[in-house]
Design a protein around this ligand. Structure first.
Ligand code: FES
Length: 189
């Protein structure tokens, strides 16, 4: 009887020892896991802050296209055509009228600033936003646009190329044909 009692006590002790070891191991694993999470979070936090700190030293530069630019030679442009070649980069159309005169026009509707499209078959600019229409000269004739589109200075550079200067602008005047109001906006070569 005494032996049996001792055996049971011995077994209990063994079980308790084991459960103690398991619990210790689990708590050790948990501690390791928490430490890893902690260090990971700290590393992430430091990385984000370092990046923000370094970004502070880099200037925020806006790369804008130059306001004066060359657009090729007069012979590149057939009579009576609208060139959209510089629309994307410089927001400018180069237009050559039937009489050979050039002018440069801003690609901006005078209603709310959308970009009209040149409709070759209808010989007009059409704004997709609210339907304003303009003749090739930029004069508005339909839709809500309040005035003709604006022009820029165009001249001949020393090397014989056409050069646009966006710092000199000829704003469209309501009801007026810019060819007449601004003869200096036309380049005859
Ligand atoms: S923005 Fe061109 S019609 Fe309204």
């Amino acid at each position: 009887m005494q032996d049996e009692k001792e055996l049971v006590t011995e077994q209990n002790k063994e079980i308790m020892d084991h459960s103690g070891t398991d619990a210790g191991q689990a708590s050790g694993d948990r501690r390791k896991f928490l430490m890893r999470v902690g260090w990971g979070s700290l590393a992430g936090f430091l990385a984000i802050n370092s990046a923000a700190f370094l970004r502070f030293f880099y200037p925020r530069v806006l790369f804008e296209p130059p306001s004066q630019f060359k657009v090729g030679f007069p012979a590149d442009y057939p009579l009576g055509t609208v060139s959209s070649q510089y629309q994307r980069e410089y927001r400018t159309w180069i237009i050559r009228l039937q009489d050979g005169a050039f002018f440069a026009m801003e690609t901006k509707c005078t209603h709310l600033g959308c970009t009209p499209s040149w409709m070759e078959s209808q010989k007009k600019f059409k704004c997709p936003c609210h339907g304003s229409g303009y003749y090739i000269t930029g004069l508005n004739f339909e839709g809500p646009a309040p005035r003709p589109m604006d022009r820029y200075k165009i001249s001949l550079a020393e090397d014989g190329q056409l050069q646009v200067d966006k710092t000199i602008k000829f704003p469209g005047i309501p009801g007026k044909e810019s060819n007449e109001v601004y003869p200096q906006s036309l380049l005859k070569v």
